[in-house]
Design a protein around this ligand. Structure first.
Ligand code: ARG
Length: 290
């Protein structure tokens, strides 16, 4: 495990402090919102009649990029493509683990061309690309905790894609069913705070899941953070953690306080313009594990 040295300095716990947190090195893929707008509606956040401000989206996204770089997170960039306004939500471009990229196959035709665009980028970077046979929206619905892949379904990724992912990566896959259309990707309702795993390693919004999924989450993560409806509604759970630093929506204030109480360092960013497309911090971030 690679530690980001500088950030270990003040990780000396006093007896009453929460457990010290450790950053691990991360590399992520992002896509600039040059062509961002809301011209169709494939989730309840999107209102095509309301104008968007692409310059504002670019400025806010730029702040996210700068925040990652300042934290020592390595960022790679894929060229945005005109006519693909949702391409900024890089998390949906695939799921990358062990040097293998399981490519995306989007649910809606508006985003279909993003699948091959991201797959070509993975291939050009030397990753082994597995072309999917089933609808799946990449890391929007597949999140790794420890050695287990948590897989969302209900709105976007098909259950058959969960089985495909289990075969491709030879890992345990835990299906979770989303039931609220506002939380249509797993990464809008579930956040990985500590990718090493453990009873407190995640945060989620219980009511975004069906009863069986809630029971599974309770059993696996008895000490998880449960966020408020208010924090979930600004996509607070759509955050990115390196194990110590958590980059999170600036309006998710209660969640940020809970994170700090547990020893994490929250870094607030304002992605209000990208929220109009139904995405936040994590949606703009695809983790590259290789
Ligand atoms: N407008 C995009 C869609 O509905 C937003 C995607 C957000 N991405 C995510 N990983 N949750 O597909």
């Amino acid at each position: 495990m690679t530690m980001i040295g500088e950030q270990q300095v003040d990780a000396v716990a006093r007896p009453d402090d929460p457990a010290p947190r450790h950053s691990t090195a991360r590399r992520v893929l992002m896509c600039s919102p040059d062509h961002f707008t809301v011209s169709y509606r494939i989730n309840p956040w999107m209102h095509p009649a309301v104008p968007t401000d692409t310059d504002l989206a670019l400025a806010q996204w730029g702040t996210l990029l700068d925040t990652y770089r300042r934290l020592g997170i390595e960022v790679e960039l894929i060229d945005p493509i005109r006519g693909l306004p949702d391409m900024v939500y890089a998390a949906n471009g695939g799921f990358v683990l062990d040097g293998v990229a399981y490519a995306a196959q989007f649910r809606y035709r508006e985003r279909a061309a993003e699948g091959p665009a991201y797959a070509d980028w993975f291939a050009a970077r030397g990753l082994r690309v597995v072309r999917p046979r089933h609808v799946n929206e990449g890391e929007g619905d597949f999140l790794l905790v420890g050695d287990t892949i948590f897989a969302g379904t209900g709105f976007r990724s098909a259950p058959a894609s969960h089985r495909e992912v289990a075969r491709v990566f030879d890992r345990e896959v835990v299906p979770l069913r989303l039931v609220d259309p506002s939380y249509y990707h797993l990464d809008t309702a579930f956040a990985v705070l500590d990718s090493a795993g453990g009873p407190a390693s995640v945060a989620y919004l219980p009511r975004a899941f069906d009863a069986a999924s809630r029971a599974e989450l309770e059993r696996r993560f008895p000490d998880a953070v449960h966020v408020t409806g208010e924090d979930a509604a600004v996509l607070g759970l759509n955050c990115f953690s390196d194990g110590r630093n958590v980059v999170v929506a600036n309006r998710a204030t209660t969640f940020a306080r809970d994170l700090a109480a547990r020893g994490y360092l929250p870094h607030a960013v304002d992605l209000s313009e990208l929220l109009r497309g139904g995405g936040g911090v994590k949606c703009c971030t695809l983790e590259l594990r290789w």
